[in-house]
Design a protein around this ligand. Structure first.
Ligand SMILES: Cc1cc2nc3c(=O)[nH]c(=O)nc-3n(C[C@H](O)[C@H](O)[C@H](O)COP(=O)(O)OP(=O)(O)OC[C@H]3O[C@@H](n4cnc5c(N)ncnc54)[C@H](O)[C@@H]3O)c2cc1C
Length: 349
């Protein structure tokens, strides 16, 4: 049997990628597994013919000095740029410029994930884990902390590690542990089951012709059923094609998440029509259904280190703060907590 690696990280969204990078830099052996065929999770950019559209996070803000350090490096590398200092709500004089930069990535938001993944030595894509359990030795010896973890994907591939970081949306992480009959502490279970997410319906339209949107090519109306419309060409990520991203609000998405593609697209197309020039036509359209798009309830700390189990940290945008920055800071907090737990185990006689 192979020696267990130090840390298995489940999920290669921004929280998992930053956690993996920090632990690898600190000298730990890290394996990251991701169920999709590419990294990024909700930092998602869809290529459509010779165009590109951001279909998950559209931009991000920075509120902490810690995240600003990473963002400064990305700015220096010209990976990202300041897209705006606020959005119009579409009304006359309805600009909400507040002086705070909204950053976007030059080649689409997913390019941030690609950049973070590049130095990582062990990322396995197309690997959907199905069950995770503490190693059985732990049960025999009663030494839960030192026992480690065993995770299996749906094809029976098994990963063994001394520690674990779970970054999928929390209900999915809990399902993985439940499938392995992992005995989570009652308090941890109860804190984590409180975390729920709103879905999001996100449409992309290829438009031949002009689309009328206020500067800088985007509209944000948090209280409207269509909360966001943006032109990826004017954003600068799709120079060859006018691709429009449209996102519905959490309430609309919840009400319509089980409607047929045809019905959802009819509603979203109707919402785009007033912004189209008389001769403009939609020649192609796509729908992305994010089942867990935005957390509705937050855990009060940036990570949760599970009690009475081998080192296990939960991370992601449901921990203390939502959005890209919250997810990033949570990944960093989880990596620090796991590094400390492993160092403590290494120092035990
Ligand atoms: C439509 C939409 C618009 C948004 N707009 C913005 C915005 O403008 N600004 C902003 O700051 N934030 C925005 N967000 C939120 C932002 O995208 C997220 O907060 C952030 O990207 C979450 O990162 P994460 O690493 O926590 O999770 P994720 O990116 O979801 O990463 C988790 C990863 O785990 C993987 N995974 C899940 N289960 C398994 C499994 N069983 N086995 C292996 N891998 C698994 C997933 O495939 C995924 O890659 C938006 C989100 C959506 C959906």
């Amino acid at each position: 049997m192979n020696q267990p690696i130090d840390v298995l990280i489940v999920g290669a969204g921004i929280s998992g990628l930053l956690a993996a990078g920090e632990l690898q830099k600190a000298g730990f052996q890290v394996q990251t597994v991701e169920m999709e065929q590419t990294v990024g999770g909700r930092l998602a950019t869809q290529p459509i013919r010779n165009g590109r559209a951001d279909i998950g996070a559209q931009f991000f803000t920075v509120r902490t000095a810690k995240f600003q350090q990473y963002v400064n490096t990305w700015l220096q590398k010209d990976l990202i740029f300041v897209w705006s200092y606020g959005w119009s709500d579409g009304s006359l004089g309805g600009s909400t410029h507040d002086g705070y930069p909204r950053y976007a990535a030059r080649n689409g938001m997913n390019s941030i994930a690609q950049y973070l993944a590049r130095p990582l030595t062990n990322i396995q894509l197309n690997t959907r884990l199905a069950a995770i359990r503490p190693l059985s030795d732990s049960e025999k010896t009663g030494n839960w902390k030192a026992g480690g973890w065993e995770a299996a994907d749906k094809n029976g591939q098994v990963f063994r590690s001394r520690a674990l970081i779970l970054t999928p949306p929390v209900p999915r992480s809990l399902a993985l542990l439940a499938a392995g009959a992992t005995p989570l502490h009652r308090d941890d279970q109860s804190s984590l089951t409180r975390i729920t997410y709103a879905p999001s319906l996100c449409a992309t339209f290829w438009v031949n012709g002009k689309v009328h949107l206020p500067e800088p090519g985007a509209l944000q109306r948090p209280l409207s059923p269509i909360s966001w419309i943006a032109d990826n060409q004017r954003k600068g990520i799709s120079p060859e094609a006018t691709l429009i991203t449209m996102q519905s609000s959490p309430a609309f998405s919840q009400a319509h998440c089980n409607d047929s593609d045809k019905d959802v697209m009819a509603e979203l197309r109707a919402a785009l029509t007033p912004h189209l020039d008389g001769n403009a036509i939609i020649t192609e359209e796509h729908l992305m259904r994010w089942r867990c798009a935005l957390p509705l309830t937050l855990y009060p700390e940036r990570t949760l280190l599970a009690q009475n189990l081998p080192p296990l940290a939960f991370a992601g945008d449901a921990f203390k703060e939502p959005r890209v920055e919250g997810a990033a800071l949570s990944g960093l907090a989880a990596s620090a907590a796991i590094a400390a737990a492993l160092t403590q185990l290494n120092n035990q006689p």
